[in-house]
Write a protein that binds this ligand. Sequence first.
Ligand code: FES
Ligand SMILES: [Fe+2]
Length: 337
Amino acid sequence: MGLMKGWPYTDFATGWYQIGYSKEFENGTIQPAKWFNQDLVIFRTESGVLAAMDAYCPHMGAHLGHRGQFGGKICGENIQCPWHGWEWKTDGTNARIPYKDDATVNAQIETKHIREVDGIVLMWFDHEGKPPSYEWPGFPYIGDKSDYYPIDWTVDGPHRVKPQFPMENSADPHHFPYVHGSGVDAEFTDYVVNGPECGNKMYMTFGAGKERTWMTPEGPVDGEIDNFFWGASLGIARFNINGRVCIHLTVLTPIDDDYCTFFSTVTHNREPGATGDVPEGIAKKMMEAQHVQIRNDFHIWANMMYKVRPIFTGEAEQTRYAFIRKHFDQFYPNPVY
Ligand code: FES
Ligand SMILES: [Fe+2]
């Protein structure tokens, strides 16, 4: 499927994918979108219900999310088609035909499963068309959520990459010095699967080999990174460096067979004594660094070919890389491992 040489899968992986942020969808507004090869309309009703559905009106096929003066619009709890004014409910059924006061039609627009958790908007993709089999629990805060800065995000693309690639970093200790400029290789633990969640731990010395860095003004510090994955789509790295906690959610959501949009979302616990919502000090730099560091991988992924059987050199690499690939494999319709 698609341009990437060697990519073995015939469809997208089942799971939750990010399609935006709650704040981007204001009450009474509509947006066109394209995800998983499908044209969609995403809208929020006057009362605040968020919905996503196939973009095309069952009547004569107008795009409901087309923007501008003559685009579709929200009427109370319904979306109104720009062509003949038919109104549709968030469940995809017909609510009203304005020039036939007493009639509706028995038609159904395909709707999507949508969730909003911690300000993140998620959409469920299932290659068998089944409903969600689990819920995303949100950011894995250590301590009280109110001690964290509001989420900060960057979005870009399209990128010619696959959703699981950022998560494969957690099995790849030897790329850190080359791709991310770290002083030493990382160390990892084995993966643990807990229901829909899979993860491992990574140990790294921050500022290794340097007297001081912005992150480590008092010299090198041993830190931990907890990785959490849901499906082959949602990945979180949670850094804990001497009580400084930085949580980074990375999601690549497919637009079509070849390209994804990249959502990078970060939060950090406040500096000791700080109460404001604007990150400062090392927390601010740490949050900014996440958005930059992860992008260092993209030039590799966009130009690579996928090796179903890579050359592994050693036990740890073999068990972990092989494990995580087999784990992601289960979410595709044609497992290859
Ligand atoms: S095409 Fe939508 S109302 Fe006619
Ligand atoms: Fe990386």
